[in-house]
Design a protein around this ligand. Structure first.
Ligand code: ADP
Ligand code: MG
Length: 280
């Protein structure tokens, strides 16, 4: 039996303000794009694909169940994340939010049902397939760990290094500026505040220009001002066409986001993932 969670949200919203795509306005205002040029090209491509494919899913759960061995934690979960959609995932501590995210980026495989990532069955994916899919799915981990002896810029560029891709130094500078850490490029991670670490983690998650960003309680340890700053970045990424899923139990953050865009709220309750009502 399917839970009542089928959810295919292509937001269809384009870019805010003056009828101009965000990155075009930035190019006009500042003389250059704040995000890598390849991101702008990908954005156009993503928009084209979204229209051409009529809101194709990027991640889909079909009757998914999961247990770590001590009884089922998630049961019969069915939902789809459409390109360009913005979702929150809520639920009490221990409900399975982090587990759900790990299933969505194939860190874990379902014990029942099927998870599809860019139309590939997660259970059929080899280690190489998973590594490749990670270039399209940026993950902001809850604990955002860094290599403490390496400068911030090197830490942020690490996914490029691991993928044997040489980064464009200008792209890296633009990205650090965008998250407000341009002046801290040479700082070591232990010198950063909580808010700076979270923004660095976001920069690292998007340096490969992923289509999807999954963030696990990214504002968990931040004050309200810093939470808003991080949310603003995630909203901006969504307006560039990225698909966003944020696990959080911060209802104020959700309300704030919903005042800015058509975010959907998923709630884990009694092992099921359900679309929350308008009461949030
Ligand atoms: P949330 O992110 O909502 O707080 P989690 O997905 O982290 O929840 O965990 C859900 C439940 O699964 C918790 O009871 C947790 O203890 C358990 N759990 C998480 N990871 C593991 C693991 N690797 N092995 C066994 N149990 C785990
Ligand atoms: Mg968690």
């Amino acid at each position: 039996m399917l839970t009542n969670t089928s959810n295919d949200v292509a937001q269809g919203q384009e870019f805010v303000g003056h009828g101009k795509p965000l990155f075009l306005r930035r190019i006009r205002n500042t003389g250059r794009s704040v995000l890598p040029v390849r991101d702008c090209i990908r954005l156009r491509f993503a928009q084209f694909c979204r229209h051409a494919m009529g809101g194709h899913r990027v991640i889909a759960f079909e009757n998914v169940g999961f247990n770590y061995g001590g009884g089922e934690l998630l049961s019969d979960v069915s939902l789809r994340l459409a390109p360009g959609s913005f979702h929150f995932l809520t639920g009490p501590s221990g409900a399975g939010k982090s587990t759900f995210l790990k299933l969505a980026y194939a860190e874990l495989r379902p014990t029942a049902g099927r998870v599809s990532i860019f139309d590939r069955d997660a259970r059929m994916m080899t280690r190489d397939d998973v590594a490749l899919s990670r270039r399209r799915i940026g993950v902001v981990h809850q604990d955002c760990q860094f290599l403490d002896h390496l400068p911030l810029a090197t830490n942020v560029a690490l996914p490029l290094t691991v993928a044997s891709r040489t980064g464009d130094a200008q792209d890296l500078t633009a990205l650090l500026d965008w998250v407000g850490l341009g002046k801290l490029a040479d700082a070591l991670p232990p010198q950063l505040s909580g808010g700076e670490r979270q923004r660095a983690a976001l920069a690292r998650a998007i340096i490969m220009s992923p289509d999807v960003i999954l963030a696990d309680e990214p504002t968990g340890n931040l004050d309200w001002e810093m939470s808003l700053r991080l949310l603003t970045l995630l909203v901006e990424l969504n307006r560039m066409g990225k698909t966003i899923l944020i696990a959080t139990h911060d209802m104020n953050l959700i309300r704030q986001a919903k005042s800015q865009l058509a975010a959907r709220v998923l709630r884990i309750q009694n092992r099921r993932v359900q679309l929350a009502g308008a009461d949030l």
